[in-house]
Ligand binder design. Structure first.
Ligand SMILES: Cc1cc2nc3c(=O)[nH]c(=O)nc-3n(C[C@H](O)[C@H](O)[C@H](O)COP(=O)(O)OP(=O)(O)OC[C@H]3O[C@@H](n4cnc5c(N)ncnc54)[C@H](O)[C@@H]3O)c2cc1C
Length: 456
């Protein structure tokens, strides 16, 4: 037991949330810190303690890391798994960079690409479902072969991907399968909470808000990590503005329960304080360091590990995240339960295999993890497309991901804040929060419209 009353160790070793398991090896090095939600990762780390050599989280490596192949291809086969943010951008840029004799195949189980950021507007009735989706089949016009199917196996040895109906050989594989939402791992979630992070859940929240005439509303985050660190905060702000517009704000109590010690912990104290201040100014009850224990649907209660229970009439939940089953069974995931990719090149340890977006676990220079967010999936996809195109053409790949990213924080009333920063900065990410205003809101709307037109 190590006393840590002033929280120095806590801030150094965690992503800013509790509970946190940290496993220290015999030589005193940290083998595993539960920055990521994954029981399998923890079990694997314990097993690793008793095995030699001990598997370790990769340290941030430079772009100079081994360039695995330089031979040019006559007809390369590039398979992209997932048609979300990262997969879509990778397919688009690869197709633009490569001549038509090279195949670019994109596989997703869903027929449509969904622009997830807009789910929050949909939730408060400012968007409809058809406005924020685009058919992936349209990519055929650009020469991307889209296959709608469940991906069932990634065979790294044979360089083959198997879907329910077909197999695809690849020379290059881009894994962008995102994070699987696991509401089923929280007993009572389906009975008591709405899934804030998917299309159906957002539609149901909208219907529930329309019918809401007063009472308590909770936004809750049971575990880390979760994608888009700003989204639950934006949800609380939008719900608060919705209630005001409906003239029921005085009858509504709004709570936000999170295991984080501040909003967006990786972005640093100043950003956290700014967002916490905005919550306070709007009368939103903020419960940081909330160690979620369970839901009691029969009493409509959310219960913390210290036994305290809060009654909520309407509960919006961020389900636990984990790597999709097909990735977990592929041998691609590391000790974190996610894929460890090179921070600059997004290469995995398997030749010709890249991983981007939410499925990755990228360690920052300060030991914390790069947040899971579309802005990073987008930039990483461009880097990977450039890397592969160079290699296919027989050139030395030079593209490198710089770890820069930004996000809008929607506040309701047609206003938003904006945070932007360098996440690979040393010793800590350098993130700046700009004062909120209408301009940032319109920036977010413009980006949404650009996204939904540019790729399709
Ligand atoms: C409400 C909300 C708001 C958000 N707002 C923002 C924001 O403002 N800014 C920001 O940067 N990020 C935001 N994000 C996060 C952003 O959407 C994700 O970080 C981003 O989409 C990750 O991209 P990805 O390609 O890694 O995964 P995804 O976009 O999740 O794509 C994964 C794809 O893989 C497919 N797939 C998975 N498993 C299989 C399988 N076995 N077979 C076939 N297909 C499969 C899925 O169908 C999916 O299409 C938000 C997310 C949510 C939920």
């Amino acid at each position: 037991m190590v006393p840590d009353a002033d929280g120095v160790l806590f801030r150094q070793l965690t992503n800013g949330w509790v509970p946190c398991n940290i496993l220290v090896g015999r030589d005193g090095t940290v083998l595993f810190s539960e920055n990521e939600f994954d029981e399998a990762g923890y079990t694997k780390a314990i097993a690793g303690l008793y095995r030699e050599p001990v598997e370790q989280q990769p340290a941030a490596k430079s772009a100079e890391r081994s360039i695995l192949r330089r031979a040019s291809f006559k007809a390369a086969r590039i398979v992209i798994l997932g048609g979300g943010t990262g997969g879509l951008v990778a397919a688009y840029h690869l197709r633009r960079r490569l001549a038509r004799e090279h195949r670019v195949v994109l596989i997703d189980r869903l027929p449509d690409h969904l622009f997830s950021s807009s789910l929050l507007w949909l939730m408060v009735g400012q968007r409809q479902d058809h406005q924020i989706r685009r058919p992936l089949g349209r990519l055929a016009d650009q020469g991307v072969e889209f296959h709608r199917d469940d991906i069932e196996e990634i065979d790294l040895g044979r360089k083959v991907v198997r879907t329910r109906s077909r197999t695809f050989d690849f020379d290059y594989l881009v894994v962008s399968l995102g994070a699987q939402l696991a509401p089923d791992t929280v007993a009572g979630f389906d009975d008591m909470a709405y899934n804030l992070y998917d299309l159906e859940g957002s539609k149901r929240i909208h219907a529930a808000l329309e019918a809401f005439s007063g009472g308590s509303i909770g936004v809750f985050i049971p575990s880390m990590p979760f994608k888009c660190p700003a989204a639950p905060y934006e949800a609380a702000f939008l719900v608060e503005a919705f209630c005001r517009k409906r003239r029921i704000r005085d009858k509504a109590e709004i709570h936000l329960f999170t295991p984080e010690h501040q909003p967006m912990p990786v972005a640093g104290a100043a950003v956290g304080e700014a967002i916490a201040g905005m919550l306070g100014a709007r009368g939103i009850h903020y419960h940081p360091l909330y160690t979620f224990e369970k839901l009691r649907p029969e009493r409509r209660e959310i219960v913390a590990s210290n036994g305290s229970a809060t009654q909520v009439d309407l509960l919006l939940g961020v389900p636990p995240h984990r790597a999709p089953e097909v990735v977990r069974s592929s041998g691609l995931v590391g000790i974190s339960g996610w894929i460890h990719a090179d921070p600059q090149t997004l290469r995995t340890e398997h030749e010709g295999v890249f991983a981007i977006g939410d499925i990755t676990s990228i360690r920052l220079p300060n030991g914390k993890m790069l947040p899971k967010a579309g802005v990073f999936a987008h930039a990483e996809a461009k880097v990977v497309a450039a890397q592969i195109a160079s290699e296919v053409g027989g050139h030395q790949p030079r593209a490198s991901f710089d770890g820069n990213g930004s996000c809008w924080i929607e506040l309701g009333d047609g206003k938003a804040g904006f945070a932007s920063g360098r996440f690979y900065a040393e010793p800590d990410p350098h993130v700046r929060m700009f004062p909120p205003g209408r301009l940032w809101h319109w920036g977010k709307v413009t980006f949404e419209q650009w996204w939904l037109h540019h790729w399709f």
